[in-house]
Design a protein around this ligand. Structure first.
Ligand code: NAD
Length: 321
């Protein structure tokens, strides 16, 4: 039975990962989460009792060296680092917090994993959960272009810059100490339990309350949407078949303009487009994200399976309870 340290497991993607892994594997999970505004133990309600022999939660900060060191001494086999400050708008207000959590927190995890694992590195794995935003923006004028794992790192926001820095540190630990590191770079996730400041849950929540739906700039920015469970299944494939020292992009090749997405949400909820309110564009707003996941697909056979409209409806139902 593998012991997995999941950081940030009370957040959106981490909580889906924990539920999936407990249900589909025999792993033991330690979840360390600081419970910031984005962390919510309700995302994991019931799992303490269902999996009482295979799940432990500790409220803790990944920047806390002593705390992380103690946990990693307990024969952890795999670290999956989801913990992060994750909202671009907040990173524009408080870039220092993003540098602390996303860069220093990752460094604390890497250093302690390296110390705890140095005698048996071959049996261990450190998965750094990164983002496609580290590649920066693509032009909508070259729709055939997609970022691959070899594309240059060119982040635009303090959020994506902090994630890019964490990626560099993680890879440096692979090259310098042979720490078995793999990095995943996923596109925009959607699904139940996402904190309602991100585009899809914010638009759903506002539409449900007949409040204005704030759309940045001209609404033509393009995002590549993936259902959260498809991302989780990809991470699980990488856990089993990924090659250390590699980066794997995870994406669904599902590019949608923000304005079209907002209209789709309004259509499903039968609400008028007059709720749409164009607002001043976000500073440094990336125009288009699109990634190729063909490296991962060739290695593992993984591909995204979710039907976008079906899962968007399911997500809307979740917020409409
Ligand atoms: P989230 O904001 O929903 O959750 C982050 C979690 O980390 C929260 O539970 C929070 O309490 C916890 N956390 C924050 N600081 C911490 C600290 N110092 N110590 C311990 N825990 C801390 O984020 P998410 O959307 O679930 O994203 C998870 C990861 O996936 C992040 O690393 C993010 O960069 C990456 N990612 C997200 C997306 C997306 O679309 N949401 C896409 C690609 C990559």
């Amino acid at each position: 039975m593998k012991k997995i340290l999941v950081t940030g497991g009370a957040g959106f993607i981490g909580s889906h990962f924990i539920k999936f892994m407990l249900a589909h594997t025999d792993c033991f999970i330690i979840n360390v989460d600081k419970l910031t505004y984005a962390g919510n133990l309700d995302n994991l309600s019931g799992i303490d009792s269902i999996y009482q022999n295979r799940y432990r939660f500790f409220k803790g900060d990944i920047c806390d060296n002593q705390n992380v060191s103690e946990i990693l001494k307990s024969e952890v086999d795999i670290v999956v680092n989801f913990a992060a400050e994750s909202h671009v708008d907040r990173s524009i207000e408080t870039p220092d917090l993003f540098a602390k959590t996303n860069i220093m927190g990752t460094l604390v995890l890497l250093q302690n994993a390296q110390k705890a694992w140095q005698s048996n590195l071959n049996e261990k794995l450190f998965i750094q959960i990164s983002t496609d935003e580290v590649y920066g923006s693509l032009s909508e004028e070259s729709p055939e272009m997609r970022f691959t794992e070899d594309s240059p790192i060119n982040p635009s926001s303090p959020y994506s810059a902090s994630k890019a820095a964490a990626d560099m540190l993680a890879m440096s630990f692979y090259h310098t100490y042979r720490l078995p590191v793999i990095i995943t770079r996923c596109s925009n996730n959607y699904g139940p339990n996402q904190y309602p400041e991100k585009l899809i849950p914010l638009m759903i929540s506002n539409a449900l309350q007949d409040k204005p739906l704030p759309v940045y700039g001209d609404g033509q920015n393009i995002r590549d949407w993936i259902y959260v469970e498809d991302n989780i299944k990809a991470i699980n494939k990488i856990l089993n078949k990924g090659i250390v020292g590699n980066v794997y992009n995870i994406g669904a090749e599902n590019e949608i303009k923000n304005i079209d997405l907002v209209k789709q949400i309004l259509d499903i909820l039968n609400k008028p487009y007059s709720l749409i309110q164009y607002v001043e564009d976000r500073a440094g707003h990336d125009r288009r994200y699109a990634i190729s996941a063909s490296k991962l697909s060739s290695l593992t056979g993984w591909s995204a399976q979710a039907n976008f409209t079906e899962k968007l409806k399911l997500t809307i139902e979740h917020y409409n309870k």
